[in-house]
Design a protein around this ligand. Structure first.
Ligand code: AMP
Ligand code: MN
Ligand code: MN
Ligand code: MN
Length: 276
């Protein structure tokens, strides 16, 4: 069964509207599909309806931005109740400050000689409240300042570069708590991306599990095959459920639907008890 529990639409930093993402997932053979936009639930109704039309099982999802010991981490919430007041007010608080941060990114880029970046990024953001680095990357590529979005991150949008503005996202325990309050399962997204030392990763996992975290992404478009094996071992060691998702953002922007390998049979899939 092709299960894909992580991707984005234009409700956050994906390039396509939710219904188009659904059609693309279905075309690639996805049978169980979650939309997990960053800090935002507004794409879920359209996604759910389109998934039904395409004959896919739909899972309501979200990906929450977290600041942990100075690093940005992402926690995916699956099978959440999108009507949950606790989750909705939590996400409101995480989105708060994004536009102000984007203005600051625009000012930093102006100091580096790139004018109009804030307005330019907003033109690429369907949902202005969710304007973020991906929209700046698309602006910088479209303006010819860089060759590609990837290049924009490498040269401007990551720590130590002129267009990087640090930001305080949600507290880890709060994010997991909102997901649980909404009846959902919290999954640590793409752990291989954080560059944490083994000791820091251990502390993170213990804190995440202590807060009620249920799973960890093992097979994701953000991991190398070596990392599939590394985090499969972590899932077994910490007795976490395993998740799988492309982290699709748009055509020619990283991973595609239907291209990732299945989870190793030694793992307990996060969806095992969902009666699929
Ligand atoms: P933000 O929440 O605005 O800081 O943007 C984070 C998003 O930027 C992530 O969800 C990814 O989609 C994208 N991103 C982060 N780092 C990179 C990178 N090195 N290359 C490409 N995209 C990235
Ligand atoms: Mn993203
Ligand atoms: Mn992420
Ligand atoms: Mn993601």
């Amino acid at each position: 069964m092709n299960v894909d529990l992580h991707c984005h639409s234009s409700a956050s930093d994906g390039a396509l509207p939710p219904a188009e993402v659904a059609r693309r997932a279905a075309r690639a053979g996805v049978a169980v599909w979650a939309l997990t936009d960053h800090d935002e639930l507004r794409g879920l109704d359209e996604a759910r309806a389109a998934a039904r039309e395409q004959g896919m099982r739909f899972v309501d999802g979200v990906e929450i931005s977290v600041t942990w010991r100075g690093s940005t981490l992402h926690v995916v919430g699956l099978r959440i109740d999108p009507g949950s007041a606790a989750l909705r007010s939590g996400l409101d608080s995480v989105r708060d400050g994004r536009v102000e941060r984007a203005r600051r990114i625009g000012r930093e880029l102006a100091e580096a000689g790139i004018e109009g970046a804030f307005e330019g990024a907003l033109k690429h953001a369907d949902n202005p409240a969710m304007v973020g680095r991906t929209h700046f990357a698309r602006f910088l590529a479209a303006a010819g300042v860089v060759k590609s979005s990837k290049d924009a991150f490498r040269r401007f949008l990551v720590p130590g570069k002129p267009g990087y503005v640090p930001h305080q996202w949600a507290v880890l325990g709060d994010a997991v708590g909102w997901i649980r309050a909404a009846g959902g399962h919290a999954v640590l997204a793409h752990p291989g991306r954080y560059g944490l030392s083994p000791g820091a990763m251990d502390s993170l996992l213990l804190e995440f599990i202590g807060a009620g975290g249920a799973g960890i992404e093992v097979v994701t478009g953000s991991h190398t095959p070596e990392q599939y094996r590394q985090f499969a071992a972590v899932a077994r060691q910490y007795e976490l459920a395993a998740s799988r998702g492309s982290d699709f953002h748009g055509p020619d922007e990283g991973a595609e639907f239907g291209t990732l390998p299945p989870l190793d049979p030694s793992l307990r899939p996060i969806w095992r008890d969902w009666g699929l």
